[in-house]
Ligand binder design. Sequence first.
Ligand SMILES: NC(=O)c1ccc[n+]([C@@H]2O[C@H](COP(=O)([O-])OP(=O)(O)OC[C@H]3O[C@@H](n4cnc5c(N)ncnc54)[C@H](OP(=O)(O)O)[C@@H]3O)[C@@H](O)[C@H]2O)c1
Length: 268
Amino acid sequence: MSTPPLIGRIGLVTGASAGIGHAVACELATLGARLAVNARREDRLVALAQEIADRCAPTTRLADPDRVVMVPGDASDPGVIRQMLDEPEERFGQPVDLVVVNAGRGLAGSVLTSDESQWEEVVRINLLGAARLIRAAGERLAALQKGRAWPKHPADIVVLGSNVGRHISPFSSLYGSTKAAVASMTEAARRELGPKGVRVTLIEPGIVKSEFQGVAGYDEQSFGALMDKFSPVLTPEDVARTIGFVVRQPAGVHLCDVVIRPTRQDYP
Ligand SMILES: NC(=O)c1ccc[n+]([C@@H]2O[C@H](COP(=O)([O-])OP(=O)(O)OC[C@H]3O[C@@H](n4cnc5c(N)ncnc54)[C@H](OP(=O)(O)O)[C@@H]3O)[C@@H](O)[C@H]2O)c1
């Protein structure tokens, strides 16, 4: 067996209790990274850590149970963000150098019909939470790269945008607006941090089957019909594999903006 490509790297994945974040955590662990994982549902993080110990890490021949640090809590909270970056460094004796800004949620409906009582939460986690983590991680990763011989060591911030952030959908209006803002902020961070040796990557998936649709409140019948039309839609593992490919490129190579859709998805 060849050496897994992410041996020696310390990853952080937010929103790792379900869907894309869960699959990304498993993928990065399988590729050899040690990890910090975050989400609000702690029981899910405990199950994930066990799954990584049982299923993912053994393929790296590094199946020690100590490869995962759990940081439960709200990913938009500045105190939790500090913990996400501090605790893995304390545990592993090495700072995080691969951050996946994934925690987020959708909201069904147009400007006029979406549930306004949920707007603040959507903006807080999708936009403010992402901005705070990109900033905190950006400061630390830039400082880390300053002390390193370039271009031997990659350092990554990978941000989950959305197709709906790039192509306007009246059916996910507030959600799409937060993801358009996230795309803009990610590119701004790439321009600021790229010259410092930090890759800031935007991943823009089309439809991925996960808990996302239920949380967003999409109408099961009409959304189900859309899923059938585009079938097979993406799985969280499809997105995770893509992220695994991006972060294992040599330090001087940056796949900076990846759009991934089900082949049959024509819109958005
Ligand atoms: N599914 C799609 O079609 C799709 C398409 C494009 C982009 N995306 C983006 O991909 C990302 C992941 O989506 P998904 O499909 O995997 O959705 P999901 O299955 O609903 O998972 C969302 C994850 O985010 C976590 N989360 C939500 N709010 C949080 C908070 N305040 N603090 C910490 N964790 C929080 C959830 O965990 P807890 O509830 O335990 O906190 C869960 O682990 C999101 O940013 C989403 O916008 C999804």
